[in-house]
Ligand binder design. Sequence first.
Ligand code: AMP
Ligand code: MG
Length: 313
Amino acid sequence: MPLLLPVTPENLAKAAATLREGGLVAFPTETVYGLGADAANDQAVARIFEAKGRPSFNPLISHVADIEAAERIAIFDGRARKLAQQFWPGPLTLVLPRRPEGRVSLLATAGLDTLAVRIPNHPAALELLRAFHGPVAAPSANPSGKLSPTRADHVVLGLGKKAQLVLDGGPCQVGLESTVLSLTQETPCLLRPGGISLEALKELLGPVEVAAEGGAIQSPGQMESHYAPHAKLRLNAIQVKSGEALLGFGPTAPVGCLNLSPAGDLIEAAAHLFAYLRELDQPGVDVIVVMPIPRHGLGLAINDRLRRAAADR
Ligand code: AMP
Ligand code: MG
């Protein structure tokens, strides 16, 4: 069983230390319980996906304690500041351009140039974020495909030992996920309905588009819904020709190639995936050849992302 701890100053310090060490901490927010990791630590973020058993990498929300911390990782315009002033802390997630020099893991944003951020309205969450001094990436603290947890015991039942520590802050007040609003284009776009209503957003912003069910951004001219390299991708291969670059995996990969994990560790491979794809995706490289990746654990999500990137071409 993970440590189920009441919210006390000592336990908040323990939780912040666990995050600093790259561990997973489940914590209460006003919406649902989140499964948090240091957003700047690739391996810690990879552990979130492993713990949830997600078959794909979707971008995670970075949680911060104040607007200054949010502005260190994302680029705010006037609209974003106005929304933050009115609704933060609260159940509104803003999708904004990623600050290039921000330290958030590429895996946390699924390789995108945009970043989702919010300040949660829960005293324990805010104290944890202040104690940790950095952004915490956190999806809901439940196994993939299961209901979101609104009580600490739901987290323990669902995730077992996969979170090192669960802070018990009682039942969540809102019990609904946060509203996700994208400000990466001229007209704001509602990606997911949630705790803040569309009407409340329109009152402040004027017109707001509503994305199709599922949250994918689909109308023409809008941002890509996931990261795709410019080079073509050839999967499950080991032969490399000129103009091609090899992305290796495991101990059998040729020495000197960029290797997702020389030891064949899927958490390490997931942690490196987006950064290494970007590194190989350079002018002069027509094809990125990717060695076979096992189809279990995080390998499912890695293969899913590679398959989509390959199909995009
Ligand atoms: P959850 O982590 O379960 O609360 O879900 C986070 C939601 O935010 C999902 O619907 C994501 O697709 C969405 N999201 C997070 N980051 C981005 C982003 N950069 N662009 C678009 N949607 C995002
Ligand atoms: Mg969820």
